[in-house]
Design a protein around this ligand. Structure first.
Ligand code: NAD
Length: 293
């Protein structure tokens, strides 16, 4: 089976490497980033999204946001122009659920099946091949694509129809953003009170407040290491998609709206390309302390 992979950024590169390692023949393309390293590992380099689709049985996209996915799949020279009836397209980007449904409908008109399959776990789990993959689509397409997805993830769960994968991802991103904000507020308080934040971490990480987010982000914060990882600007995009979806459904998201303002302040302060653990920098600036070892 030949797998086409489009979008070879922070996530797409390690994900595509795991597919090569698993023995799949890959055809790859990225419109802006270099991908000579993936070609050096045995993948065939293509010169357009259309060419990737024409040469693959299943096409995977891993792109920043809804407009990029719509352009790469439905735009001029896009995947849809190279696809044949019976083929499968899997978009693993985190985008608006409504955009997934729009792409799915357009492909269906050509007889092409579609899954939205966003991921959680970040670059480290992309490298390990242990991502959590949340999928929207029909059961038959899911079963066909599942062996490929399993080479990139430790869990691959069908959540519902097309768009449901990205609804699950929005829920994930709300929980992560609010968790980082809560950790930031709490650890700034501890530091301001004159208590060693590293000791607070040791004391509470095994209790009810402990979380995967706390374990991943507090060590980075204590080291003052805000290298991404997951960029602030990508989390801004996810929360915007969550707020838009909430507005369209009349589902209130007051805490998400609040953290969105924090993230906007970070972007205005030049921190768009920092890891999202930089949310702590907003609180640190307000309180005039730094949560460091
Ligand atoms: P990235 O910006 O590093 O990579 C995206 C790639 O897509 C870039 O190399 C870009 O050149 C390419 N691209 C953009 N438009 C294109 C087009 N029209 N045709 C072909 N290529 C195009 O982003 P990333 O960090 O790899 O994230 C990708 C997706 O995964 C995003 O939706 C992000 O929210 C999600 N995600 C990221 C992480 C993370 O930790 N980085 C974790 C989970 C989910």
């Amino acid at each position: 089976m030949t797998v086409g992979f489009i979008g070879l950024g922070i996530m797409g590169k390690p994900m595509s490497k795991n597919l090569i390692k698993a023995g799949y023949k890959l055809v790859v393309f990225d419109k802006f980033a270099k991908f000579d390293d993936i070609v050096a590992l045995g993948a065939e380099g293509a010169s357009s999204n259309k060419e990737v689709a024409a040469k693959s049985d299943i096409v995977i996209t891993m792109l920043p946001n809804s407009p990029h996915v719509k352009e790469a799949i439905l735009g001029a020279g896009g995947v849809i122009e190279g696809c044949k009836s019976g083929q499968i397209v899997v978009d693993m980007s985190s985008i608006a659920p409504a955009a997934s449904q729009e792409v799915g409908e357009a492909l269906k008109a050509k007889g092409v099946a579609f899954l939205d399959a966003p991921v959680s776990g970040g670059e480290p789990k992309a490298i390990e091949g242990t991502l959590a993959i949340m999928v929207g689509g029909d059961a038959k397409t899911f079963e066909t694509a599942k062996p490929v997805l399993e080479k990139m993830g430790a869990s691959v769960v069908l959540v519902g129809d097309i768009g449901a994968g990205n609804v699950a991802k929005l829920a994930n991103q709300i929980v992560v953003a609010l968790n980082i904000a809560a950790v930031s507020e709490a650890f700034v308080l501890a530091t301001k009170a004159g208590v060693d934040p590293a000791k607070v971490f040791d004391a509470i990480k095994g209790g009810l407040a402990g979380s995967t987010v706390m374990n991943a982000k507090v060590p980075m914060i204590l080291d003052g290491n805000f290298k991404p990882g997951f960029r602030v600007e990508l989390h801004q995009k996810d929360l915007q998609n969550a707020l838009d979806t909430g507005h369209s459904l009349n589902s209130p998201l007051p805490l998400t709206a609040n953290v969105m303002k924090t993230i906007q302040a970070l972007v205005a302060d030049g921190m768009a390309a920092n890891d999202h653990s930089a949310i702590v920098r907003f609180y640190e600036k307000l309180a005039h302390v730094e949560v460091r070892k």
